[in-house]
Design a protein around this ligand. Structure first.
Ligand SMILES: [Zn+2]
Length: 161
């Protein structure tokens, strides 16, 4: 039995903020603004897992007005989604994702991000795809005002009742 999930996320960019993607710190003059550590890739992947399980979205599990999550490590959100997934007998088959960011170029960071995601999702690195696109200098992404991410996950039921 398979379930598919889709997630997306947007964060405003600001000079001097940290940029963390998939749990990996990226050297950048502009970083993402958010309640937690603003890891837009982890948020999209977490949202996709909640989506596959029809368990709402990341905001319904982790309120952005709850002080508990200020500067929170987004791996905590992913871990909770994975806990609920396992409770229902599912495991992750593969993930495909897109990071829309004008600068910096992410090519040299992609494999580290994939490796970190794979470890946390407990799957092989060749089951984790992370693609980076620029905004072609137009709209919020192209003007370095925002980072946008999208992710699709496939889950497979491993425990049969
Ligand atoms: Zn987010």
């Amino acid at each position: 039995m398979f379930r598919i999930g889709f997630g997306s996320d947007t964060h405003r960019l600001e000079e001097g903020r940290r940029l963390i993607l998939g749990g990996v710190r990226i050297e950048s003059d502009f970083g993402a603004v958010g309640h937690s550590d603003a890891d837009a890739l982890l948020h999209a992947v977490t949202d996709a897992i909640f989506g596959a399980l029809a368990l709402g979205d990341i905001g319904s599990h982790f309120s952005d007005i709850d002080e508990k999550w200020i500067n929170a490590d987004s791996l905590v959100f992913l871990a909770e989604a994975l806990r609920l997934m396992k409770e229902r007998g599912f495991s992750v088959v593969n993930v495909d994702s897109i990071i829309n960011l004008e600068k910096p170029k992410l090519r040299s960071h992609i494999d580290k991000i994939r490796e970190n995601l794979a470890r946390n999702l407990e799957i092989e690195i060749d089951c984790v795809s992370v693609k980076a696109k620029t905004g072609e200098k137009v709209d919020a992404v192209g003007n370095r005002q925002a980072i946008k991410t999208e992710a699709v996950v496939l889950l497979q039921k491993i425990i049969t009742e």
